[in-house]
Design a binder for this molecule. Structure first.
Ligand SMILES: *Cc1c(COP(=O)(O)O)cnc(C)c1O
Length: 356
């Protein structure tokens, strides 16, 4: 029972068959038909002119940042966002781009006033503010569509480019669509009028490898050069792209199951904590909006709980986390294709059996 991340999913036999059957070419020469098909499909699905397949989301984000920004430009990012915190400082190291990180609000967004306040005037003292990068979902939270619109408007007023790190875009879209709506249409709404978007195929979508960068034709043309420079040009990449096509065709709508399982897990954890002699008062669970559940537990108990779970064949990730008034262990649970309802139930039993 591997709740560490939605990246751990194994390709299914049907996905592997699609990979085996893929027509191949050489994508650096631009003639791998399956890569071309994936790129066209993704662009059309999400309402962009063009797309580019790359090995990872870290790379599609970096390509986007380096395509929007030149040396000495500045990108506004969130303090906790992947582009700033979880990509090895790539934008600074490889792009000579200055990140301007900003604190988050409780809902995961960055206050519009904070963004506006961080935009530098045209003055030789300052780096040139060039780009606002958002992340959606962020920590499993869905940024509201009105917020997406407001940030886009703000960027337009200041002549800034906009990028969405949509590693888990479809989790956001499926959550916004609810039971009745169309996730594809919601996904298009999230990225409407944004300049670029990075989408991971290897998370909730269940492909083994790959991300797609989307943007205008001109943007993607430039991005192709940056991808080559970063070593992301792949040859018979159609084998990987075929998994991405399969994922987009089969694994978007089913994410609702992952969200239901995360909801079940969050509610079950809250109950297990309340009923537990040591966890009660020492642990807290955040409600899940999509497929990620965070549980904060007293730093004195966290490592023992994680070890106990591992002993019971339940894998999670955890780390030191600073709240306003204290430090806690923050345990992260992610639901995906390869964990089902009974795995959630077994994991909850393991939590209930914790004896520190
Ligand atoms: C996973 C993730 C990425 C990219 O990760 P890779 O492992 O490089 O594919 C980018 N942004 C966010 C928000 C992510 O969760």
């Amino acid at each position: 029972m591997d709740f560490r991340s939605d990246t751990v999913t194994q390709p299914t036999p049907a996905m592997k068959q699609a990979m085996m059957d893929a027509a191949l070419g050489d994508d650096v020469f631009g003639d791998d038909p399956t890569v071309l098909q994936l790129q066209e499909m993704a662009a059309q699905l999400l309402g962009f002119e063009a797309a580019l397949f790359a090995p990872s989301g870290t790379q599609t984000n970096l390509i986007a940042l380096m395509t929007h920004c030149q040396r000495g430009d500045e990108a506004i990012v969130g303090q906790q966002w992947h582009t700033y915190r979880w990509e090895g400082g790539g934008m600074a190291v490889l792009g000579s781009i200055q990140p301007q990180p900003l604190e988050h609000q409780a809902d995961g967004s960055i206050a519009l006033a904070d963004i506006e306040g961080a935009i530098k005037p045209d003055d030789p003292h300052f780096a040139r503010t060039r780009l606002i990068a958002l992340e959606n979902t962020t920590g499993g939270k869905v940024l509201p569509l009105t917020y997406m619109r407001d940030v886009r408007g703000l960027a337009q007023r200041h002549g800034l480019a906009t990028h969405i790190d949509g590693a888990r875009l479809f989790n956001a879209a499926v959550a916004l669509a609810g039971a009745e709506g169309d996730p594809i249409q919601q996904a298009r709404e999230i990225c409407r009028d944004y300049d670029s978007l990075s989408l991971c195929l290897s998370k909730g979508l269940g492909a083994p490898v790959g991300s797609v960068l989307l943007g205008s034709k001109t943007f993607i043309q430039q991005a192709r050069r940056t991808r080559k420079m970063l070593g992301g040009g792949m040859r018979q990449a159609g084998m990987l792209a075929a998994a991405g096509i399969y994922a987009l065709q089969h694994n978007v709508h089913r994410m609702a199951e992952d969200h239901a399982n995360a909801g079940l897990l969050a509610a079950g954890l809250a109950d297990a904590i309340a009923a537990h002699p040591r966890l009660s008062g020492n642990a807290e669970v955040q409600a899940a909006q999509t497929n990620i559940v965070f549980m904060d537990i007293a730093a004195t108990l966290g490592p023992a709980l994680v070890q106990h779970l591992a002993n019971n064949n339940v894998k999670v990730t955890s780390g030191y986390h600073r709240l306003k008034d204290r430090s806690v262990s923050r345990v992260r649970w992610v639901t995906h294709l390869d964990v089902d309802r009974s795995d959630v139930e077994q994991a909850l039993q393991a939590v209930a059996g914790f004896q520190p």
